[in-house]
Design a protein around this ligand. Structure first.
Ligand code: NAD
Length: 420
């Protein structure tokens, strides 16, 4: 059976890593070439994706290895500019394997589209009127997206809320839409716009905003993990629990705790062509849903003293629509994961977020982040000054040994050693 667990993957040359991934994910030669090709996104396509295009911007794509999620092996494409992230995720995934890997679930792909109705003297009365016409509203919305309905999606419910605001009371209608394998923003926005005149007609109010909410509380991805105390080492479970306890009560720490989670989440969202801002805003809004900003993960100790952790966050990602269907590398990234549904993708992303948090907490609670960061930083600096191969290794090791990791010193060493 194929496994995502690999020793020394990082030491292999790029071609060999790509060969392993291609074999693992059964990529064709054409697909593996797309992954490697910095011009994989053609200029003509880029020109149609956004406005005022002047070029294309590439970032490294790495692979998170060792992941076992719901019993299945995954090699995970991650696009990021930040060093250490992919290594840390892979490391945490390895630690998780002894406890059976990650177990993930998903609440379903229900998105909320909001419609703001103002100029009402009787918003509560209007809310009940809307509830009475629920079936017609659902029908009107569903008529706008027969494809979604054909696959089993569409509006599942209509909710109303009366808000007391600085400009008076307003009635907010929530269309709850099952968007299946689409992220759904365009789908639900179109529905909200189409039904707005009818809502004005039956309430006598005036509709302004018609847009989805990124606080996707009905589209939550969850994951859990158990890490054996022996795997972590003496005292590390308690050290991690101390670090978590700090984040639990302090928003200053929780912000960075959650940033660490997003270090894992965003690279997979980006690699698969999904909307990183939608996921970021959803995650942070969800972290504050109790009124206080909280960590998105929870860490505890089980009966046997092992570390157990969970994550829960909105995960509105899709496989159809958006950049996923346009960007050639995003399509290969999806193939690499072997996912057929947005729910599987969401569960993978939540698991990577949990892994990333585990890795960060372990390092922070024990040796501190700077040691690992410094060696990668030294490598970046040596590359920046133009060092390659043996010379690069030599410069990196001198800077680390002397604890002097600065650009000027890398330059000085490069000039000194390359002229020898
Ligand atoms: P889309 O409209 O391109 O594709 C969705 C459509 O695909 C559905 O409406 C359906 O008709 C069809 N479809 C075919 N097969 C399907 C299946 N199996 N499951 C579901 N639908 C299927 O894309 P979208 O997902 O509605 O919108 C995503 C885009 O909207 C992203 O690019 C996002 O960046 C952008 N966006 C985001 C926001 C926000 O987050 N606030 C706002 C506006 C736009």
């Amino acid at each position: 059976m194929k496994s995502s667990s690999y020793r020394g993957f990082y030491k292999l040359p790029l071609e060999e890593r790509l060969r392993i991934i291609s074999e693992f994910a059964e990529l064709s030669d054409e697909e593996s070439n797309i992954l490697r090709n910095p011009d994989a996104l053609p200029e003509e396509i880029a020109d149609h994706m956004v406005e005022n295009v002047i070029g294309r911007f590439t970032l490294p794509m790495g692979v998170g290895i060792n992941f076992k999620i719901n019993g299945k092996e995954y090699m995970i494409p991650m696009v990021t500019e930040e060093p250490s992230v992919i290594a840390a995720a892979s490391n945490a995934a390895k630690m998780a394997r002894d406890g059976g890997g990650f177990h993930a679930s998903y609440t379903g792909s229900i998105m909320i589209s909001q419609i703001q109705i103002t100029d009402l003297t009787n918003p509560n009365y209007a809310a009940i009127t809307i509830q009475e016409h629920k079936e017609e509203i659902i029908q009107m919305c569903n008529d706008k997206d027969p494809v979604l309905v054909k696959y089993g999606g569409g509006v599942v419910d209509v909710e109303t809320r009366v808000l007391d605001t600085a400009v008076g009371k307003m009635l907010i209608v929530h269309l709850k839409v099952n968007t299946l394998d689409a992220m759904g923003a365009n789908a639900v926005n179109t529905m909200a716009e189409s039904v707005a005149p009818y809502l004005e007609e039956i309430t006598g109010g005036r509709v302004y905003l018609r847009i989805l909410s990124n606080l996707a509380v009905h589209r939550l991805a969850r994951a859990r993990v158990q890490v054996q105390k022996e795997t972590l080492g003496e005292g590390v479970v308690d050290a991690i629990l101390r670090a978590y306890a700090f984040a639990e009560v302090d928003p200053f720490r929780a912000a960075t705790h959650n940033k660490g989670i997003m270090n894992g989440v965003v690279p997979v969202v980006l690699a698969t062509g999904n909307d990183t801002r939608a996921i970021e805003s959803g995650a942070h809004a969800y972290a504050s849903i109790t009124g206080t900003y909280k960590p998105l993960t929870v860490w505890e100790k089980d009966h046997d003293g092992n570390l157990v952790g969970t994550i829960e966050l909105p995960m509105a990602v899709g496989l159809v629509g958006g950049a996923t269907k346009i960007h050639p590398q995003a399509q290969v990234a999806v193939k690499m994961l072997g996912v057929k549904t947005s729910s599987e993708l969401a569960m993978i992303i939540a698991s990577v977020g949990l892994a990333q948090n585990l890795a960060a907490l372990k390092v922070l609670a024990t040796e501190g982040v700077q040691r690992g960061h410094m060696s990668l930083h030294a490598r970046n600096l040596a590359t920046t000054v133009g060092a390659k191969d043996d010379l690069l290794e030599q410069i990196v090791s001198i800077m680390i040994k002397e604890k002097n990791v600065r650009l000027e010193y890398a330059e000085e060493l490069f000039n000194k050693l390359s002229t020898k």
